[in-house]
Write a protein that binds this ligand. Structure first.
Ligand code: F6P
Length: 318
């Protein structure tokens, strides 16, 4: 099943799990809409041919949801009963931290082996250098900022571009560096509004006529991107400011080759781990090798942003 926010490459992961099952002669059942579908018994049999031509498709053919009912003991009991009825004896969970947290609780209560596959554009999971969907989203964001730069420079404007990531700045930081943003505001680092103003004044003085500031959804300023834009316009009237909120388009689109390959490798390994009687772990890619991490560590571990990138960004925006 896929659960939580969708991410490009989830279909490639589904395909990999289904085909690996087929290869190892294991029956495979797809669960629609994540934990919600599990609670409602919304299942489908999946064979190798059911996943033809989906490797290039964004979204998830199994649909997804953020289930509040699964947070309750009654909801989980219903889900368990449906799994038993269907003869499901192990789960492959494709998603992010919410998905894995649900899996851990479920595994403790009902002893169903769970293997996690990290799929989220946020890249905020430990035990893998990359989550499925992150690379595609990054490229989408860079492509869009490149376009915003065209209009920003034509009008001599300052653009605040809001990028997804409630709790994590991977997408904002890397796309910001990749698109040559003047400043990048992320949840992990409190840059302070004064420093932002100083930096924008410096840019103006250095002869720049337009600028891009990338702001992660959950940045530390305590202001929304629109309030931030107003604040800068009030304090630096020399700037004409515009805001662009990229929103859910960042989660769509055909997955990059990197995400397709990652999803294929992790999907195969997930099935092999279950056949090897492993449970409660996540498969991830560390230094280009598929490795496993306890689900608990994957969620609670420290997948920190690369501070060197902040330094690089500072130097580049001179
Ligand atoms: O976790 C992925 C993500 O896209 C975050 O970056 C974002 O904050 C959140 O999901 C948005 O969730 P929803 O689509 O449920 O509003």
């Amino acid at each position: 099943m896929t659960s939580g926010g969708d991410a490009p490459g989830m279909n490639a992961a589904i395909r990999a799990v289904v085909r690996a099952c087929s290869y190892y002669k294991v029956d495979c059942v797809g669960i629609y809409r994540g934990y919600q579908g599990m609670i409602e018994g919304d299942f489908t049999t999946l064979t190798a041919r059911n996943v033809n031509n989906i490797i290039d498709k964004g979204g998830t053919i199994l649909k997804t949801a953020r289930s509040t009912e699964f947070r309750t003991a009654e909801g989980r009991k219903k889900a368990y009963n449906h799994l038993k009825k269907e003869g499901v004896d192990a789960l492959v969970l494709i998603g992010g931290d919410g998905t894995f947290t649900g899996g851990m609780i479920f595994q403790k209560e009902f002893d169903i082996p769970c293997i996690g596959i990290p799929g989220t554009i946020d890249n905020d999971i430990s035990g893998t250098n990359y989550t499925i969907g992150y690379d595609t989203a990054l490229n989408t964001v860079v492509e869009v900022i490149d376009k915003i730069r065209d209009t920003a420079s034509s009008h001599n404007r300052l653009f605040f571009v809001e990028v997804m990531g409630r709790d994590a700045g991977f997408l904002a930081l890397n796309s910001g560096v990749g698109a040559g943003a003047e400043e990048i505001l992320i949840p992990e680092e409190d840059m302070g509004l004064e420093r932002l103003l100083e930096s924008l004044k410096r840019s103006k003085r250095s002869g720049k006529s337009s600028s891009i500031v990338v702001v992660a959804e959950g940045d530390k300023t305590g202001k929304s991107v629109f309030e931030l834009a107003d604040y800068v316009e009030e304090n630096l009237p020399e700037y004409e400011v515009r805001v662009s909120v990229l929103g859910h388009m960042q989660r769509g689109g055909s997955p990059s080759c990197f995400d397709r390959v990652l999803a294929s490798r992790l999907g195969v390994k997930a099935v092999e781990l279950l056949l090897d009687n492993k449970k409660n772990v996540m498969v991830g890619l560390i230094n280009n090798r598929v490795q496993t991490t306890d689900l608990e560590l994957a969620i609670k571990g420290n997948h920190t942003i690369n501070k060197e990138l902040l330094r690089v960004s500072d130097i580049m925006s001179i």
